[in-house]
Design a protein around this ligand. Structure first.
Ligand code: C5P
Length: 245
């Protein structure tokens, strides 16, 4: 039984306003990717890490991860792709033959707690082949109609198509964990769709759903929030301080 974690860190993260890829931006002195890698290691259920880096930053990312005393599992850094989906696929192609569970986690969620990572992997090992964390949604969510020039709507005005029942909605986080064979099958089908439809999935579970296979949601965690904007960064620094108390 071997668990591989793919840590996606190949995004540019320009919305954060730093002159660095988001994964290398320091949070309390440590790059986001290192916070995430330390927590994956601390979970005790991850045996190896593959990290996706932006093109040209593979060795910079390796330097950050290889010499950290808290990252005690083997780490391989690979160049990511143009989309998150292709980055995960690049990581997946490096899985050794003995890997049976794959965890996919975003460096943009640096504080996902070790206990949460452990619970998700254990749920896969108990027989649920695709397990993701999710939190209830507080806002009412509207689906808007695709924009159609025929409708003559001004910029910034969209037509509401429907309102999903809020109690059934979950905002989904990472880490997401999968039976390895299922995730490989999902990515092969997803890559074929990406070639014909020029679309890319924003999470791995949706590729599994597209196969018609079941995906299970377990409770997510506030600390697994995603850092996208400068405001998120400010907020997550506060969470880190509180978590350390
Ligand atoms: O862009 P977004 O915030 O959705 O990215 C989610 C995660 O996927 C981030 O950790 C980012 O570094 C990673 N990513 C990647 N390769 C890409 C785009 C994003 O590894 N081409």
């Amino acid at each position: 039984m071997t668990t591989l974690a793919i840590l996606t860190a190949a995004g540019s993260g320009t919305r954060l306003g730093f002159d660095l890829p988001k994964a290398l931006v320091p949070l309390r002195g440590l790059p986001l990717v290192l916070h995430a890698a330390r927590r994956l290691t601390a979970s005790g259920v991850v045996d190896a890490l593959v990290v996706t880096a932006p093109n040209g930053l593979v060795s910079a990312m390796s330097d950050v991860l290889e010499h950290d005393p808290h990252v005690s599992v083997p780490v391989v850094v690979v160049a990511g792709g143009a989309t998150r989906q292709s980055s995960v696929a690049a990581g997946l192609s490096r899985a050794r033959a003995d890997v049976d569970v794959v965890v996919v986690h975003d460096a943009a969620r640096p504080l996902a707690p070790a206990a949460m990572i452990r619970r998700i992997v254990e749920t896969v090992r108990e027989g649920h082949q695709a397990v993701i964390p999710g939190v209830p949604v507080v806002d009412t969510i509207k689906v808007v109609a695709p924009r159609d020039p025929q409708h003559g709507l001004p910029d910034g005005v969209d037509r509401v198509a429907s309102t999903p029942e809020r109690t059934l909605l979950r905002a989904v986080q990472t880490p997401q964990a999968f039976d390895r064979a299922l995730l490989v099958r999902a990515h092969v089908a997803g890559a074929a769709r990406a070639r014909t439809e020029a679309t890319a999935a924003t999470d791995d579970a949706s590729l599994v759903e597209a196969l018609g296979e079941e995906v299970f949601v377990v409770p997510g965690h506030e600390l697994a929030m995603k850092v996208t904007t400068a405001r998120d960064f400010y907020y997550i620094e506060k969470l880190l301080t509180e978590d350390a108390r």
